[in-house]
Design a protein around this ligand. Structure first.
Ligand SMILES: Nc1ncnc2c1ncn2[C@@H]1O[C@H](COP(=O)(O)OP(=O)(O)OP(=O)(O)O)[C@@H](O)[C@H]1O
Length: 757
């Protein structure tokens, strides 16, 4: 039955998460019934991309990272909502309990059960778990027609070399092979760094650290790929710190820029950097959104050695913090490089790279790579070294991947299944990913009403709320963190045992990052993803790429029904919590209006704060956003009237469980379609017209002219051909086709006349 679902192992629902130190034996226990040849071979010799003998050093437990976060926490705005969401949930829960008790006392027979009893009842069903047939890998892959071009280009270094018998085109050198016996002591690192490494409990370098640190120390440009949780942060930060120590600053300027896609990741990288540099005098500053602008400005003016930033906030500072510029940047690092170069950050990244010094070392890191990274490597890096310790979309080495099938027309079961999994099987250290902020919020309320300890993390929250959720999850005050993809990349939360995907993520790469929040630093972890009919394609791809057995998890139908029933009964309470939230929000809004009006009355005209500037005008920014949004909808709606109807109606009415799930899936489909379309588009290097003004780091601030912008390099390095073509102007045929050629005396003008001088 399940064989047509392309899975190669089945687990009963009660199967629990293995203890971390049981990873090997557990893997043995749950072997797939049939392994294909490829997997048998892999099992026999271990995973060639990841050294299975490698062990992460034990942390000594004494070290705490709290001090490294202290100044960041001090920047948070202390504004607090009158009541937290959990307090509202508790209020509604209590009210419901009182009502139920009163009802029970009134009518002894036929009364609904108290909530705890309902939960117990559901828990008792554990023993009824169904067993199911399993398919095998051979069958699973039967109708899958091979990998994409991208996969070929970004498969592991060994594979590429074997296949092509030559170096990959865009890269000057491949250094994916590393010296396995290399220790931290062999790396020529200074004593303060070695001391910090020991203090942090790192005993031996991870494979990516062994491969990257020596190359980074040589000052070479690097494009590196290694699985999630394998220590990429230290892999780029150690050579950075060593180079700063080796070549001390002459003037107090910022020499290293690390760009990250999310605020939380910025805070984390900043904290790791401070820990690695704790016995040095290297200074490090964090400039991410959501934190206090003024204290960031002051810190930037002091010229910290290393700056860790998110693109938006960095651009804000570049335009509004006097005397802060990037012309002295010696090392530029893009962490999560494929994300940094995707369409979302495209314009901002162009602006930042343009303002960076030409003479710099550039390092790109991610667990997944994309065409955009390859493009940047070829246009903007100097003879980059390619270090692919893992292939492009490998999941973490000790991750056990499971999937729950959502049957056709049963999309509405998703909430019930997740609730069942979280109450019965995966009760703590769980991250639950949803596609939309709205669904994340709903799941927080729903699970909270069921008595679970839950928090949420997504872009609709204030920065204080976001960090508070993370802290509570790390401190084990909450068991489940419901998050959107904002938490999918880079976050290193110790002890996450399980990642649950409410729907399959946008793309395979998103999947790799989400499930990468568990099974980090050599530990085991588990992912459970709900897969509906329309998401099977991605599942097939995951199964095909998996190096460890992939399992199907089956929940008994009666359990799902019980939870559906429970959710239905809680619907009223969810509404009550949402209403409390709305009331509180409206109240806060009117208070804010009154206080800002009062402020305006008392403020003199010349006291008004200066408006901050941005590299795009308001109009341009709006236009860019609109064009992306339109593209989104255009793609999703092409020939799909049903979707249009759904979207139109969906906004107005209260959605059913089915519709909510469909909306989640639709969101990721829209994204995936857009990415696919973008990848299909032939890429052309941008040639800068000669008359287009080129603003550079130094000319902008009124200094001497800068040497070369990134686009100059594009012109000289890659697109010589494009430049030649551009200078030559459009060909005669092209102009004729475009109607730019006028007949003169019945004859076309000669070709030569249309060539630009
Ligand atoms: N040599 C080492 N020995 C022991 N632990 C290590 C070592 N290097 C890194 N770690 C730990 O491994 C964990 C994962 O590291 P890190 O966050 O840098 O991974 P990553 O590869 O950047 O992951 P992602 O792709 O998700 O961003 C961290 O907790 C880090 O402290």
């Amino acid at each position: 039955m399940l064989s047509d679902f392309d899975l190669i192992g089945t687990i009963q629902d009660e199967a629990d998460v293995p203890e971390e130190n049981e990873s090997e034996s557990d893997a043995e226990e749950e072997q797939p019934i049939v392994l294909n040849k490829e997997k048998r071979a892999l099992k026999g010799r271990g995973n060639s991309d990841f050294n299975v003998d490698f062990e992460f050093g034990e942390r000594d437990g004494l070290y705490s990272e709290d001090w490294a976060m202290a100044d960041v926490m001090a920047q948070l705005k202390k504004r607090k909502a009158p009541t937290t969401l959990d307090e509202k949930i508790e209020k509604v829960r209590k009210k419901r309990k009182i009502e139920e008790r009163a009802q029970k006392e009134g009518t002894k027979t036929g009364a609904p059960l108290a909530e705890e009893e309902r939960e117990d009842e559901v828990d008792d069903e554990d023993s009824d778990d169904a067993k199911d047939e399993v398919g095998d890998k051979e069958t699973a892959d039967g109708d899958d027609d091979g990998g994409s071009d991208e996969e070929d280009e970004f498969s592991s270094g060994d594979e590429v070399l074997k296949k092509a018998g030559k170096q990959p085109e865009a890269f000057f050198e491949d250094a994916s092979q590393y010296d396995e016996s290399l220790t931290f002591q062999d790396m020529n690192l200074s004593r303060p760094l070695l001391k910090a490494i020991t203090t942090m409990g790192f005993r031996q370098p991870t494979p990516i650290q062994k491969a990257c640190v020596p190359v980074g120390l040589l000052g070479k440009d690097v494009c590196a790929c290694a699985a999630t949780g394998t220590g990429k942060t230290a892999a780029f930060m150690l050579p950075v710190l060593e180079r700063l120590l080796y070549k001390p600053r002459e003037t107090q300027v910022t020499r290293v820029l690390v760009l990250v896609p999310t605020r939380e990741l910025g805070i984390q990288v900043h904290s790791v950097t401070r820990q690695l540099g704790q016995f040095t005098n290297i200074t490090c500053c964090l400039a991410v959104g959501g934190l206090d602008l003024k204290s960031q400005e002051a810190a930037l003016r002091a010229g910290p050695d290393i700056l860790i930033a998110t693109p938006g906030r960095l651009i804000d500072h570049l335009h509004n913090t006097p005397s802060f510029e990037l012309s002295q940047i010696e090392i530029l690092i893009l962490d999560e490089a494929d994300r940094m170069l995707d369409e979302y950050f495209e314009e901002q990244m162009k602006e930042i790279i343009r303002l960076c010094s030409y003479q710099r070392q550039t390092m790109l890191f991610s667990a997944t790579m994309s065409e955009e990274v390859k493009d940047l490597a070829s246009v903007s890096l100097k003879q980059p070294v390619r270090i692919f310790v893992n292939s492009n979309t490998d999941v973490a080495p000790y991750l056990r991947q499971e999937f729950v099938r959502i049957r056709p027309a049963k999309e509405g079961d998703r909430e019930a299944i997740v609730a069942a999994l979280l109450t019965r099987t995966f009760q703590d250290h769980v991250m639950l990913f949803t596609q939309t902020k709205k669904q994340a919020h709903r799941m927080h309320i729903l699970l909270g009403l069921m008595g679970l300890k839950v928090g949420e993390l997504h872009g609709n929250l204030s920065q204080t709320q976001r960090l508070e959720s993370l802290r509570r999850f790390k401190d084990e005050q909450i068991d489940i963190l419901v998050a959107t993809d904002v938490a999918a990349r880079g976050l290193d939360i110790e002890g996450v045992k399980t990642v649950i995907n409410f729907t399959m993520p946008n793309t395979l790469k998103h999947y790799v990052h989400r499930v990468g929040r568990t099974a980090r630093a050599g530990k085991v972890g588990r992912s459970v993803s709900l897969v509906g009919e329309s998401e099977r394609k991605m599942l097939k791809e995951i199964v095909r790429k998996a190096k460890m057995p992939v399992k199907a998890r089956v929940l008994p139908q009666e359990v799902i029904l019980k939870f559906r029933d429970l959710i239905e009964k809680l619907e009223k309470d969810i509404y009550a919590v949402l209403r409390l939230e709305k009331e509180e929000k409206e109240m806060a809004q009117s208070e804010a209006k009154i206080s800002s009006a009062q402020k305006r009355l008392t403020q003199k005209a010349d006291e008004k704060p200066l408006a901050r500037t941005w590299f795009q005008t308001r109009e341009e920014r709006k236009k860019e956003r609109m064009s992306k949004a339109l593209q989104d909808f255009d793609l999703a709606l092409r020939g799909k009237k049903k979707r249009a109807q759904f979207l139109n109606e969906g906004k107005k009415k209260v959605l059913s469980a089915e519709e909510r799930a469909q909306f989640e899936i639709l969101k990721s489909q829209m994204y995936a379609e857009r990415v696919a379309k973008r990848d299909r588009k032939p890429k052309r290097a941008r040639a800068v017209p000669e008359d287009e003004p080129r603003e550079t780091a130094t000319t902008k601030k009124g200094g001497k002219p800068a040497k070369k912008s990134v686009f100059d390099r594009e012109l000289t390095n890659v697109s010589k051909k494009a430049l030649k073509q551009y200078r030559a102007g459009p060909s005669f045929e092209d102009r004729k086709r475009l109607g730019h050629v006028h007949k003169k005396g019945g004859r076309f003008k000669s070709k030569a006349k249309f060539r630009r001088k």
